[in-house]
Design a binder for this molecule. Structure first.
Ligand code: CTP
Length: 194
C-alpha cells in the first residue's frame, strides 16, 4: 500500500481542508502529515484501542477507515526464535482482537457520529450490499462505507469505488474516483453534528 493512496489519510486531509480539527490515528504512515493534522502513530490493534479511548470522547465524528487486524499473535517472542531449537514446524496461535468499532458505537455519546468501513471481496453487487447491511447492524455505526477490494481494486490503487449505507441499510450515497474525491463525498454525507 502506498500511504498517499490510503482512504483514511485522504479523509483526514479532506476534513482538515474543511476546517475540522483532525486527529489521525495511523499505522505505517510513510508520508509526512501536514501540520493541520494531529497524528498519533500506532503499531498494533491494542495500541489503536488505547489511542481511540483517549481521543474518542472529544470527537464529534469518528471514522474507522483502517483495516484493523481481527486476530493477533497470542504471544510475542522476546528474543529471536532460532530454527535450530524450533525444529521443522512453528505453530503461530492467533487470538481474536476486540472489535473497536463496536466498542466505540456502544459507548458513543449523544450526537457523536460513527462511520465504519467494510472492505469485502464479494463479487456480486447485491450480495455485497447484504454483507454491508449485516455489518452495520452488527457494528452499530451510523454510516458504513462499503467497498470491494481485491488485487486490482480498493487497496493498492489511487482510486476507490464505494457505496455508503445508513443504519436502516438504505444506500445514502455512492462515489467513485480518486481517494481524495471519495473522501469529500463521504464527508458530504455526514449528518450535521452539534
Ligand atoms: N474494525 C474494528 N476492530 C476490529 C476489526 C475491524 O474496529 N477488530 C472496524 C474496521 O475499522 C472497519 C469495520 O470494523 O471500520 C469493519 O471491518 P471488517 O474487517 O470489514 O469487519 P469485521 O467485523 O472484521 O468482519 P469480517 O468478518 O467481515 O472481517
Amino acid at each position: 500500500n502506498r500511504s498517499s493512496g490510503r482512504q483514511g489519510v485522504a479523509l483526514a486531509l479532506a476534513a482538515a481542508r474543511r476546517g475540522a480539527e483532525v486527529t489521525l490515528i495511523v499505522a505505517n504512515l510513510e508520508i509526512e502529515a501536514p501540520g493541520a493534522l494531529s497524528v498519533i502513530p500506532v503499531g498494533s490493534t491494542l495500541e489503536l484501542q488505547e489511542a481511540l479511548e483517549a481521543a474518542a470522547p472529544e470527537a464529534d465524528v469518528i471514522i474507522m477507515a483502517a483495516a484493523v487486524a481481527d486476530y493477533r499473535p497470542e504471544s510475542v517472542a522476546e528474543t529471536k526464535i532460532k530454527k535450530e531449537s524450533q525444529g521443522d514446524v512453528l505453530d503461530l496461535r492467533l487470538v481474536k482482537n476486540p472489535d473497536l468499532l463496536r466498542g466505540l458505537a456502544d459507548r458513543r455519546r449523544p450526537g457523536q457520529v460513527i462511520v465504519g468501513f467494510a472492505a469485502e471481496t464479494e463479487p456480486d453487487d447485491a450480495a455485497l450490499l447484504e454483507l454491508g447491511r449485516a455489518k452495520i447492524t452488527r457494528k452499530g455505526a451510523d454510516l458504513l462505507v462499503v467497498n470491494r477490494v481485491g488485487w486490482t481494486e480498493g487497496f493498492a490503487t489511487e482510486r476507490n469505488t464505494v457505496i455508503v449505507i445508513d443504519r436502516s441499510g438504505v444506500i445514502v450515497g455512492e462515489a467513485a474516483g480518486t481517494k481524495s474525491s471519495v473522501a469529500d463525498r463521504i464527508l458530504d454525507l455526514l449528518p450535521r453534528s452539534s
